[in-house]
Design a protein. Structure first.
Length: 344
């Protein structure tokens, strides 16, 4: 095209010549007004970049049967983006399309990425004037192929046919990206996904009384099933399943309200509680105070999670309830309840 002098838009005619030297590092002037305007899109782009890079790593793991290190991936990306901005660069992420192409052509180690970077450096330093002659139509065709490979329309279609909540989040994010703005779409999508996650956690949490019949989840095979133990008549046993956080704490409170005759000992099994938050700690504290007013001893059984033990210590509940009343097995909880009933 250059030899025939055809009036075709090229990279050089549209964006100017490609420099053949590395730019000098420059620290841009920063003031409060600039920070105020950029803080929201900066967090959105950082979040989007992290998701894109981790997704790219997951895709490559699936293709080669590998196992990436998420923390290393994010730290490397963040460091690269910080330094690239000093040279006038824009935020960069791991690209799914190029990663997949790299893997399909035999790339298996970080050396492939290094070769890619060196190739781009050579184009910048020595072949920039020829790269500026690339027609925009050619570049558009390349971008269409890249966009198609990144769209993952098959995955899009599978989500559309999946659960209604996932479909709603996908369509909302997609439509906001097309008709509004990418940053707005990512923010709204993440908020909707967080609400969906909390909803699923709430649905997975449960509080049940299992004093007279062992938990159905034990199926009679679990060595910790209540059918293996003799529960004294003055002992009430409840079990919490799932995370005890602000979204599910009300279930625990409601279950405690249904205790009509205060027992001498109230055992709360926590073997299926992986984590607890401040609201969950307050709920346990409220149950402890209510039990003390009614003359009931509270025992927390099978507290295995170090995070829960740490939170109990921080809230002084471990001291208030008593270390002897916080056990790591149900057998010990029964032995402690028997000692309480005998007045020991």
């Amino acid at each position: 095209m250059q030899l025939l002098h055809l009036p075709i838009a090229t990279i050089g005619s549209r964006f100017g010549s490609i420099p053949s030297t590395l730019p000098r590092p420059v620290v841009p002037p920063i003031d409060f007004a600039t920070l105020k305007n950029l803080i929201q899109p900066a967090f959105t782009i950082a979040l989007l970049g992290g998701i894109e890079s981790l997704l790219s790593a997951v895709v490559s793991d699936g293709m080669i049967g590998g196992n990436h290190k998420s923390n290393v991936e994010l730290i490397a990306q963040g460091t690269a983006n910080i330094f690239s901005s000093l040279f006038g660069g824009i935020p960069a992420t791991g690209a799914i399309a190029r990663t997949a192409t790299n893997v399909k052509n035999g790339g298996r180690t970080p050396v492939a990425g290094m070769v890619h970077a060196i190739t781009l450096l050579l184009i910048l330093l020595f072949f920039g004037k020829w790269a500026a002659l690339i027609p925009m139509a050619t570049l558009a065709g390349v971008l269409v192929v890249v966009a198609y490979n990144m769209s993952e329309w098959r995955h899009f279609r599978s989500i559309i046919k999946g659960p209604g909540s996932d479909m709603a989040i996908l369509l909302t994010t997609f439509l906001l990206t097309v008709f509004v703005d990418l940053t707005v779409a990512i923010e709204i999508g993440m908020i909707l996904a967080a609400f969906l996650f909390m909803r699923n956690m709430i649905k997975s949490s449960d509080v049940s009384s299992i004093t007279k019949e062992f938990d159905a989840s034990d199926n009679g095979d679990d060595k910790e099933g209540l059918d293996h133990y003799a529960i004294p008549r003055q002992v009430e046993v409840y079990e919490i399943s799932g995370p005890l956080f602000f979204g599910a704490a009300y279930k625990f409170k409601d279950a405690m309200r249904f205790i009509e005759d205060p027992p001498k000992v109230l055992i709360i099994r926590m073997r299926k509680v992986p984590l607890i938050d401040a609201t969950g700690i307050k709920t346990i504290k409220d149950v402890y105070l209510a039990s003390r007013q009614r003359g009931t001893k509270l025992i927390l059984s099978e507290v295995h999670s170090p995070q829960i033990v740490k939170e109990l210590k921080a809230a002084r509940l471990l001291f208030s309830i008593g270390k002897a009343n916080v056990t790591d097995s149900f057998q010990k909880a029964l032995e402690r309840s028997d000692a309480i009933l005998r007045g020991l």
